[in-house]
Design a protein around this ligand. Structure first.
Ligand code: FE
Length: 341
């Protein structure tokens, strides 16, 4: 009996803390800035026994770090937001191709890099219009084009034009309307600003509620987060501000994605592919929806989120994220020329 106890103790010591030769790990460089993702990573470890060493950082810092570390980088997977950033990482040669039947069959083509299989989107988000219920008629702001109409002069709040969410939106405007109209649109946006671009998307929603502007541009999940908040001041924001999903009668609402890829110098390639495949599983897809109010890319993935349900079904712009991403350098030049700081 004494012998049994001591060997159990020995096993327990071996299993704790230090990595053993057999222990599988995944080194994740993570630029998704959402705390609710913790549960997602924990269930991957539970399902596979692969421990995740996670390094969180800002998008550009993570990208620079991987680039600087080069062949010595311990990073296996890089997760970030927006196809423009995934494309930048791809053009810098950071990603390795992943041939996976699971990923190809589960993720629709418009949400991944079909040319090289270098990156995959796992959730999508809608870029929407937030408006003050008392001051704005939704039909006046139901397309992105209308936001540049001079009759909205001095009414619009939006974050920096250089932010990827706006850069990718600009790329979509170029695609749908052509260079000339798209650039005129960017000038119109700048002409309608109520204040210099500042803050993140949530700040634009709050500014509309506070009366600093009548209209804001935001990703939908920032509004969903306010819907979910129990703080009285957040509930007041939701009471005053509503969303329009723009371009429903035409191309559908512009989307951006969150996604990632396996790195070229990944030391744990098998674990990396498993992790990417896990992110496309029904379980992980539900986490994106239930935890961070994003929509799963996998068609039919089940989730239970009252805030997303309240937003209802809407027509999505099916432009491929990869196509948009390739146009983002041109989009940024237009944004700069328009003075959208
Ligand atoms: Fe975001």
């Amino acid at each position: 009996m004494k012998h049994l106890v001591s060997s159990l103790l020995f096993v327990a010591l071996l299993g704790g803390g230090h990595a053993t030769a057999q222990e599988k790990v995944l080194n994740l460089y993570n630029a998704r800035h959402y705390q609710t993702d913790e549960a997602l990573y924990a269930s991957f470890t539970k399902a596979t026994g692969i421990r995740i060493n996670r390094i969180d950082g800002k998008e550009d810092e993570m990208f620079e770090r991987i680039r600087r570390e080069g062949a010595a980088s311990p990073a296996d997977v890089f997760l970030t937001v927006d196809a423009a950033r995934l494309q930048l990482a791809d053009e810098a040669g950071l990603f390795a191709p992943v041939k996976s039947k699971v990923l190809e069959s589960r993720i629709p083509a418009e949400f991944r890099d079909t040319l090289g299989n270098h990156w995959f989107g796992f959730s999508f988000r809608a870029r929407v219009v937030a408006y003050h219920k008392g001051k704005v008629k939704p039909e006046d702001v139901d397309s992105f084009m209308k936001l540049a109409d001079p009759k909205l002069k001095g009414k619009l709040c939006v974050r920096s034009g250089g932010h990827v969410y706006n850069r990718t939106l600009m790329a979509a405007m170029i695609h749908h309307h052509g260079d000339e109209k798209a650039e005129a649109w960017a000038r119109g946006i700048v002409g309608n600003l109520a204040r210099e671009p500042k803050g993140g998307d949530t700040d634009q929603i709050r500014a509309v509620a506070a009366g600093e502007c009548d209209i804001g541009i935001t990703n939908h999940y920032y509004y969903a987060r306010l819907m979910a908040s129990t703080k009285p001041e957040d509930q007041e924001v939701v009471r005053r501000v509503a969303l329009v999903f723009p371009d429903q009668k035409t191309v559908g609402t512009h989307l951006n994605i969150s996604g990632g890829g396996m790195l070229k110098h990944a030391p744990n390639k098998e674990a990396a592919v498993k992790f990417l495949e896990y992110l496309a599983s029904d379980e992980a897809q539900a986490y994106f929806a239930n935890g961070n109010n994003e929509w799963p890319v996998v068609p039919g993935a089940k989730f239970d989120n009252p805030h997303l349900a309240a937003m209802g079904k809407f027509k999505v712009d099916r432009l491929s994220a990869a196509t948009l991403a390739r146009d983002t350098p041109k989009a940024q030049r237009m944004i700069d020329r328009a003075g959208w700081k």
